[in-house]
Design a protein around this ligand. Sequence first.
Ligand code: NAI
Length: 721
Amino acid sequence: MTTTIRWEQDRTGVVTLVIDDPSQSANTMNQAFRDSLAQVTDRLEAEKDTIRGVIITSAKKTFFAGGDLRDLIRVTPETAQELLDGGMAIKRNLRRIETLGKPVVAALNGAALGGGYEIALACHHRVALDAPGSKIGCPEVTLGLLPGGGGVVRTVRLLGITDALLKVLLQGTQYNPQRALDNGLVDEVAATQEEMLAKARAFIEANPESLQPWDKPGYRIPGGTPANPKFAANLPAFPANLKKQTNGAPYPAPRNILAAAVEGAQVDFETAQIIEARYFVELAAGQTSKNMIQAFFFDLQAVNSGANRPKGIDPRQVRKVAVLGAGMMGAGIAYSCARAGIEVVLKDVSAEAAAQGKAYSEKLCEKAVARGRTTREKADALLARITPTADPQDVAGCDAVIEAVFENPELKHKVFQEIQHIVEPDALLCSNTSTLPITALAEGVDRQSDFIGLHFFSPVDKMPLVEIIRGERTGDEALARAFDLVRQIKKTPIVVNDSRGFFTSRVIGHFINEGVAMVGEGVEPASVEQAAAQAGYPAKVLSLMDELTLTLPRKIRNESKRAVEEAGGTWATHPAESVIDRMVDEFDRPGRSGGAGFYDYDDSGKRAGLWPGLREHFTRSDAEIPFKDMQERMLFSEALDTVRLLEEGVLTSVADANIGSIFGIGFPGWTGGVLQYINGYEGGLPGFVTRANELAEKYGDRFTPPALLVEKAEKGEPFKD
Ligand code: NAI
């Protein structure tokens, strides 16, 4: 006998169903829950006459976590029927509770996401406790799924098709209780547990014979359905919005959600449930949801929980940090640290430059206050934590340093030397260099074991990733402290070993090079941009190149080339190089900051279309590259070099590679990350190897699969930690 749902009945006949899975810290829709739900449903029906009403709540910190992702990621087309049956059983039982003829109230004591919110939707009334961090909504779309427990059917009937799609289903927005109330997802918010339960009881008292709106005679879906000509006139706008959301990239969930909502709105409730279930199972059995669950749930959890942090070192918090350089990156780093409660000394060459760096935080705070995301008091407190200065003595007492001055090794040495004996004697020493090897930079300080790379991404306040780079002499203690610092500022840390370009800068270079090379081969430049967008990259490749400037990769390339040749190796010339050289030397188009690049720019610096000269100077009559090849050249070049980075020992974890690629350099999320892309490729690893060889045959040796990949393909072993 399972005890996932506890039955508590008081003298007035109110039954409280307390969901409390004894086997785990959060409630999920596992087998035990399904069995338990069936039992309590039977009992509710059997004892109906003695029951006045029902409250559903939970004994966990959260109300209910949703589907069991461990089960879901294992579903195959063969086991899909089982999933369909299990899902239908839950739906049937929720429906039986909903139509019991007694008032049923969801008392959401904590987060109710996905399956949790679907249980709440099957209740006649929803009261949410305004608990800190509590979230409500249907985030399934962000894992490549749809709410298959009646979530599509009921949100459409509760809010109308348009609001259900835009506010709940297509974006997967997670609302705090107050915003959930404002958007109609819950009916009441309570400040305390007691108030929540009192409100639930009051509803039961006032509504002895509750019916869902959709079970009342004459009910119509709010806002109309496609059967209504006025509504039908708007219908074509939905697929267009969808295209805007996915950019044409292969995300099947939004499409299935739209279909389930629109088709389900035109039929009765029961048929709509079946339609929803079919679309759900199609997603769950497909590859994309597995990729997304792997990355956004399992890998992210592994990375953030410190799978790659040295063991046995006590966690430490930074109290006061010195940020050296108040430019674009330094200003953003200062803001992120101050937001997390850390005192910040923001140092630049002059008091004005430092103050300008702080002004960036002032601007962000103003915006946050104006949008109601923070209070004036909190914003003022954040700003009070940032002390701008030009005086090196002000870094006294800092237990960590993050350097973000110009990308110049001599200058970086100089600024560390200036402050290394003023900060705390064991202060953690971090450099935000984007390209310089950490081991060599460390030679500029006395305590090399405390020196480490902390590579932030721009814009720092928005980008969730930080790449931690361990130099040859970096100690375990410094690595653990750097990891803790990144978590303290609520970002996601991946850990790599030192190498030119580390992981992220090196791999994104391949994406850009492929795009540029195709222009050189005479591919229509607009098609190159389109190929990147439809592959799911957030930034178009040529526009990204312009942002970075064409001269920067050229400088990095020349340095790398010199290093390779000095080590006695041969530099493998990439076809992109000659295109970049011509763009800079022959056409004087160094990128956006220079006023001209692959794109033209107007006087205000806005993109004004692709440069027509590209077609003139690079077009060749025989350039016929299939669209699929264009996309896969970008995706494969990044994936193959990631495998080489594993071979070289720069990367040591699959989860870090997957998360770093999506969160740091925009590798498409539907793939589950750069190594999961290989795992999930059609035909698995052997399929990927075959295709890489094909690309190598057609486009060059850089697509030849590395030995590690071939070996894993032969053994049938996917990339896994
Ligand atoms: P930036 O040019 O905006 O800022 C550099 C700042 O350092 C300037 O405010 C300058 O006055 C200051 N500075 C120069 N000498 C100094 C000294 N002796 N003491 C104190 N401050 C001094 O540069 P940005 O873009 O912020 O880059 C800084 C570092 O971050 C570079 O190493 C860069 O490679 C790296 N980085 C840049 C990224 C980007 O997207 N821009 C991304 C990741 C890393």
